[in-house]
Design a protein around this ligand. Structure first.
Ligand code: NDP
Ligand code: HEM
Length: 482
């Protein structure tokens, strides 16, 4: 007798063989009655769930958030109270590539956190940049299509990417970040994360604030040059996945400091920039970052498919003390993610261990594919038989007044709103000479792909001239256009 377990079918019945199908004699055909063979083959055909339509390649780890400062004057959210510790899972990703694509390509990186709070799950589904390419969700699928593959050749196409970007000047700030070496981070551990959107915070007295989240890497920002990143695409396509797993396994637990920028509610109306425009940051001189805590990643998942591939993050998971802002992109995302999960994972995705909250669920939703915890009676609300009852007082403070005409238009312009002013500040005041040299080289390299037409190269140079004359000139020179 060995202490090895006996192979079974998924129904727990001892399997007849690990090697041989049931046949009519050693050389004869196979039999329908080989239930074990049929189960193996049928299940194999169903192993994949659809990959995420964006952010398909990634990896994640568990950790814990600890709040070190008192911010109860800004929010009553239980997870942000001083001394509070909250478990979390963080998934990092690239955006455009498919599930098997390489980690080190030039792309923004996803930075999605699920906090398992005492008030249910709170998800901050951000990136490693504080801004984004567009400001209206109706352009999101078009933007992503331009980053993915052509319909005819099924290849990615830099001409198509620059076509979209140069026709969408609001992209200039994010494309600037992308074309610096921050577009090719050394590892997931060596990059910041951002909530990116503006969110609403409200305190126990009902006072409201606008907030932005900054997660600053305690490992320091480190990036690859374009050449280093490209070399690793060939050498180890799973470089970032392997790096995170190895570091955590070796006890080298990466950490991020949690900072916020706080804007009093009333400032939003006439702030010099539209504070809800996702293509803009709030300059630190106006709203400095305040440290409120830190989180550490300290545990690897044990099963990638169960815990990472099936993880579903959703910006709509907000807890009392936190609300959405009118940022149009955020509003679009509130719908998009749970919709994606119902399609990709199934309607009861919130019952999978990685997605399930760590608090009791008293929802009146029931049934559906693969549901295994189901509420009993009563099956409706309101009821007079002591079923769960909502407590609207938990959300007091979230309300605010908005009126207006139903309209399709750009945001109302704030005094200094302009698509180029903030990327120009990045180029002029933040980047070092070396950063600038690399940014020019990265742009020129990207726009020199064979499919990029001469006309497009001129448009690329114009786009960067709008950001800064010197940058435009250097790009034009590199691309050989007048
Ligand atoms: P500050 O000088 O106060 O802040 C500059 C910010 O840029 C810091 O957060 C810095 O932090 C970050 N930074 C440094 N090097 C780079 C780089 N190579 N790529 C991207 N970011 C970098 O100026 P302002 O707040 O007035 O912002 C000026 C410009 O800085 C903005 O227009 C924006 O482009 C950029 N920026 C601003 C941020 C904000 O929230 N205000 C956040 C990130 C960038 P660190 O080195 O730790 O990343
Ligand atoms: C993933 C839609 C903008 C960050 C996804 C997914 C969809 C989506 C459908 C796949 C979800 C899944 O299958 O699990 C959208 C739409 C957007 C938008 C419609 C704009 C209107 C943004 C922005 C950010 C962002 C602005 C960051 C600030 C992410 C991240 C993931 C993701 C990090 C991966 C989450 C994970 O790790 O599972 N997005 N997105 N997205 N998106 Fe967006």
């Amino acid at each position: 007798m060995t202490d090895r377990p006996i192979t079974t079918t998924d129904a727990g019945i001892p399997a007849p063989s690990d090697e041989f199908s049931l046949s009519v004699g050693p050389n004869g055909p196979l039999l329908m009655q080989d239930h074990y063979l049929i189960q193996k083959m049928a299940h194999f055909n169903r192993e994949r769930v659809p990959e995420r339509v964006v952010h398909a390649k990634g990896g994640g780890a568990y950790g814990v958030l600890r709040i070190t400062e008192d911010v109860s004057q800004y929010t009553k959210a239980s997870l942000f109270q001083k001394g509070k510790e909250t478990e979390l899972i963080l998934r990092f990703s690239t955006v455009a590539g498919e599930l098997g694509s390489a980690d080190t390509v030039r792309d923004p990186r996803g930075f999605a956190i699920k906090f398992y709070t005492e008030d249910g799950n709170y998800d901050i589904v951000g990136n490693n940049t504080p801004i984004f390419f567009i400001r209206d969700p109706s352009k999101f699928s078009d933007f992503i299509h331009s980053q993915k593959r052509r319909a005819d050749t099924h290849t990615r196409d830099h001409n198509m990417q620059w076509d979209f970007w140069t026709l969408s000047p609001e992209s200039a700030h994010q494309v600037s970040f992308l074309m610096t070496d921050r577009g090719t981070p050394r590892s997931w551990r060596h990059m910041h994360g951002f909530g990116s959107h503006t969110f609403l915070w409200y305190n126990a007295a009902g006072e409201k604030f606008w907030v932005k989240y900054h997660f600053k890497t305690e490992q320091g920002v480190e990036n690859f040059t374009d050449a280093e990143a490209k070399a690793l695409v060939a050498e180890d396509p799973d470089f970032h996945l392997r790096d995170l797993h190895t570091a955590i396994r070796n006890g080298d637990h990466p950490a991020w400091t949690v900072n916020v920028q706080i804007m009093p509610f009333e400032d939003a109306a006439d702030y010099r920039f539209n504070p809800f425009d996702l293509t803009k940051v709030w300059p630190h001189s106006d709203y400095p970052e305040i440290t409120i805590g830190r989180f550490v990643l300290n545990r690897n998942p044990e099963n990638y498919f169960a815990e990472v591939e099936q993880a579903g993050f959703e910006p709509a998971n907000l807890v009392p003390g936190v609300g959405p802002s009118p940022d149009r992109m955020l509003q679009g995302r509130l719908l998009s993610y749970p919709d994606a999960h119902r399609y990709r994972i199934g309607p009861n995705y919130l019952q999978l261990p990685v997605n399930a909250p760590k608090v009791p669920v008293h929802s009146y939703n029931r049934d559906g594919h693969m549901r295994y915890r189901n509420p009993g009676d009563p099956v409706y609300a309101p009821n007079s038989v002591n079923g769960p009852a909502a407590d609207p007082s938990l959300y007091e403070g979230e309300n605010y007044q908005i009126t207006g005409e139903i309209i399709r238009s750009a945001y109302v312009r704030h005094r200094e709103d302009d698509d180029y002013v903030q990327p120009r500040a990045l180029w002029e005041n933040v980047l070092s000479d070396v950063d600038r040299d690399h940014m020019v080289g990265n742009i020129v390299g990207h726009a020199s792909a064979p499919e990029v037409t001469a006309d497009m190269k001129k448009r690329v140079a114009d786009y960067w001239t709008n950001v800064h004359k010197d940058l435009g000139q250097r790009v034009a020179q590199g691309l050989g256009v007048a």
